[in-house]
Every structure is written in C-alpha cells, then in structure tokens.
Design a protein around this ligand. Structure first.
Ligand SMILES: [Zn+2]
Length: 96
C-alpha cells in the first residue's frame, strides 16, 4: 500500500535534492546576513524583507533616492550628448 510513496521518493533525482539543498542554504544565508542597500555594511536582518541595517539608513536612502535618480539622469544625458556629437561627426565624415 505504501508503494506509491516509495516510488515517488525514489524518483527524486540527485538534481532535485541538490536544488532543494541550495534553496535551503540560500534561505539560511539570507536569514543570517544581509547587505545594507545604503551603507553596504552587512547586518543580521530581523525581517526577511529588510533592506537596510537601521532606520537611519532607511531614511537616508529615501532622502537620497531622488538625488541619485537626478545624478543618473545627468550621466545619461551627458552620454547621449557625447554619442550625438560622435554620430554627427561620423555623418559629416561620410558625407564628404
Ligand atoms: Zn546601513
């Protein structure tokens, strides 16, 4: 009567076991140590969805995120302007 149970447990491949082990290990690692998204320090998270080591970092990140977006956009604009200039020169070269 327990044939089915036995059968299903034997059909478990090595890859399945390894995948499960890796998953479990990952879960354990996540519980033990986390890297703060703001100060990059490692800390022991109290909650699974915790992203920062402290409230200070959490508020700092919120305050800085707008500034970071602006910096990123400025960098992108600079890149696009350079690229535009490069392509314009290339077109001029090709036209002569
Ligand atoms: Zn932090």
């Amino acid at each position: 009567m327990n044939e089915q149970t036995t059968l299903s447990s034997t059909t478990l491949t090595l890859a399945d076991v390894q995948a499960r082990l890796a998953q479990r290990q990952k879960a354990t690692e996540r519980k033990l140590v986390n890297t703060c998204e703001e100060c990059q320090k490692t800390y022991r998270p109290e909650r699974r969805w915790q992203r920062f080591c402290s409230d200070t970092c959490r508020y700092a990140n919120r305050a800085n995120s707008g500034l970071r977006q602006i910096t990123e956009l400025e960098r992108e604009v600079e890149f696009l302007l350079t690229e535009n200039e490069r392509l314009r020169k290339r077109i001029a070269e090709l036209e002569t």
